[in-house]
Design a protein around this ligand. Structure first.
Ligand code: OXD
Length: 306
């Protein structure tokens, strides 16, 4: 009985040590050094080479090392075993703090005070009441729900949109295509927490982004390919969108040629809104392996879109 570990080359040793501390009896083999493929029961992976997971005849489950599932969706053939998502509250916490930071930045117009400082100009501006400041979160999955709940707990007027209707305490829910259009029209800050799939690719395009009121702001932290970059750049240039805080991009690292670097009201961060730390996430993963070993269901099992 053994674990195959592959965090796409990053911090594999730290992951191996963290997992070992929770599962001392289970040998851990770091991919591609797998002495005996038939000994592998669990694959703990992130962006693993396509097709390779079919090479382990006794595999019991695939456990994913991050929040996004787009790399799993891109697999053309996977063994018929449960695929277990990682629900790591630390990541949810960090990502919701990232959103909170930018929402407050836009709400209070800190850039304006920065500009005033450079001119030694003392002037207060009205801050919109938090309860009237409308933050609309696209996606009510693991991260989107976390973000919406945190914003609502801080006192903002929160809207949440999901493909199918999902209720979140103290949050106004929207669903379906018309629901998204209705929500966009009543938004001060739009937060993109959508998963990337064939339905969401370039969903934020000229047509949908133009439905935002003039002067709205955008925060994007799930996947960059959900945004049509040229449409966003044009809408920022025209002043329709006031500011954008972008943490993820369709190609990463962001190319030197990207106009985003040079736009003063675009805030580029290098995919850092939430990190998966081996010391915290390994316990969640180990608990799921223990559940399977005891004949119980791991949680949550991922169901790819049909
Ligand atoms: C993730 C990510 O999906 O880091 O975990 O983007």
């Amino acid at each position: 009985m053994a674990i195959l570990l592959n965090n796409n080359g990053g911090e594999n040793q730290a992951w191996a040590e963290a997992l070992e501390s929770h599962l001392p009896e289970m040998p851990i083999h770091i991919y591609p050094e797998i002495p005996d493929p038939s000994s592998i029961d669990y694959a703990v992976v992130w962006h693993h080479p396509h097709g390779d997971l079919n090479n382990y005849p006794n595999l019991k489950a695939i456990l994913v090392l991050g929040a996004g599932m787009d790399h799993i969706d891109q697999e053309t053939s996977l063994p018929d075993v449960p695929i277990v998502r990682l629900v790591d509250p630390t990541v949810g916490d960090e990502m919701s703090q990232y959103v909170l930071y930018w929402v407050m930045h836009f709400q209070r117009g800190y850039e304006r005070y920065r500009a005033q400082q450079s001119e030694q100009h003392w002037q207060r501006h009205m801050t919109p009441f938090s309860r009237d400041y409308r933050v609309s979160v696209l996606g009510a999955g693991l991260i989107g729900r976390f973000v919406s709940e945190r914003l609502a707990a801080t006192g903002f007027c929160v809207h949440s949109w999901n493909r199918s209707q999902k209720e979140i305490d103290k949050v106004r829910s929207f669903s379906g295509e018309q629901g998204m259009h209705d929500m966009l029209a009543v938004t001060d800050v739009l937060v993109n927490c959508l998963p990337l799939n064939s339905a969401t690719k370039r969903l934020l395009n000229k047509e949908t982004l133009s439905m935002l009121p003039k002067g709205a702001n955008l925060i994007s932290l799930s996947r960059g390919a959900i945004i049509d970059d040229q449409a966003l750049i044009d809408l920022i240039d025209s002043g329709h969108i006031a500011n954008a805080a972008l943490d993820t991009f369709s190609v990463e690292p962001l190319s030197n040629a990207s106009p985003y670097w040079g736009q003063s009201n675009v805030f580029v961060t290098p995919h850092m809104s939430g990190s998966t730390y081996p010391q915290y996430a390994s316990e969640v993963i180990a608990n799921n392996i223990k559940r399977i070993e005891q004949g119980e269901q791991p949680f949550p099992v991922y169901k790819p879109r049909p």
